[in-house]
Design a protein around this ligand. Structure first.
Ligand code: HEC
Length: 153
């Protein structure tokens, strides 16, 4: 536990100091943070947007609608804590989205948004302690779905 926190503190310091490179291993997957983004797929492949939408909607996994409005009208409740995600693919690229899902605290230290691919978080259900909320594949599937959210105009 302590070690995880320490690792995170060091990473944050490195990013804040303007160094553009940090490698992290979570769950056996190593990834690089470059300028507050994660350019490479965690699985080495692109994700499945259809499954990504399921993960986003699922209350036990992503539960993104608890905090975000998204173009999913068939779901009734959409929260207002985070920004509206309509057209998010026009504002952010894949590498930026990956950072936001894996560990948004690297780019926004005080954010309420959970880190979906980091272990050792506070305020997580016991069953998630020592585990990531999403698997590497689920992270990639969510990103593939978010990349479909372009403004129609
Ligand atoms: C507990 C609330 C909460 C949950 C759950 C949550 N988010 Fe967020 N999210 C936020 C907040 C708040 C922000 C605003 C950025 C910040 O705080 O720095 C944000 C920002 C974002 C952004 C950046 C958008 C922009 O325009 O800057 C993306 C993309 C995003 N969230 C995607 C997701 C996805 C996908 C999920 C589900 C896997 C999710 N979020 C779950 C609260 C949440």
């Amino acid at each position: 536990m302590k070690l995880t926190k320490l690792t995170f503190a060091v990473t944050a310091a490195v990013v804040a100091g303007g160094v553009t490179f940090a490698a992290q291993a979570v769950d056996g997957v190593t990834f690089k943070i470059v300028d507050g983004t994660i350019p490479e797929s965690l699985t080495g492949k692109s994700g499945d947007p259809v499954n990504g939408k399921k993960v986003v909607v699922g209350r036990k996994k992503g539960n993104c609608l608890a905090c975000h409005i998204m173009p999913i009208p068939e779901e009734q409740f959409h929260g207002l804590t985070g920004p509206d995600l309509h057209g998010v693919a026009d504002r952010m690229d894949e590498a930026e989205l990956r950072m936001r899902i894996v560990d948004p605290k690297v780019v926004s230290f005080d954010t309420m948004m959970p880190s979906f691919y980091r272990t050792g978080q506070h305020r997580v259900l016991e069953k998630f302690q020592g585990k990531t909320i999403l698997s590497a594949q689920e992270v990639e599937d969510v990103i593939a779905y978010l990349m479909t959210l372009k403004d129609e105009s």
